[in-house]
Design a protein around this ligand. Sequence first.
Ligand code: HEC
Length: 145
Amino acid sequence: MSADSVGNNILDRQDRQDVMSGRGGLQSKFKICIFEEINWSVKMKTTTLLLATIAVIGLVGCSKTDNYTPAATASGEDIFNLNCTKCHKPNTDGSVMVLNTAVANKDAIIKKVQTGSMSMAAFPNITGEPANRLAEYVLANSKTK
Ligand code: HEC
């Protein structure tokens, strides 16, 4: 077996040229390969993380705004049934909500309705007397925990 054919089994022509011209040959090629692999996988991880974050935000939904504006004469019950029962299903005992003590007052209910939260839409146009009647309806028909 000639030295040349042994060489052919291990190194390709380019590598042999690299080795002979002192450009590092196989070893440096291997290093570049590994580096590119790591680099690529970091990029993929960043992309995946970014997509996952966007998906989570999309699912949870950052406080959406509902532009519903009640008629000046709308009753609290009407406003509630029209806008709130989508998410707040009445309890089996007929109460419409179970309120935390901290929220069991008109001001807090109105503030909650107008500002919403991560998972609850904000209703900035429920204001004044209709907002007052809505809060009264919620208070009168809720339990407190
Ligand atoms: C998109 C669904 C959704 C709609 C529509 C919605 N809510 Fe909510 N609401 C929630 C969720 C979820 C919570 C609990 C998480 C939180 O406090 O943000 C909540 C919490 C509340 C609370 C606080 C309860 C407590 O004890 O902390 C009040 C009061 C309330 N909602 C009133 C209303 C009223 C009144 C309406 C109608 C104008 C309404 N919500 C419409 C989803 C909704």
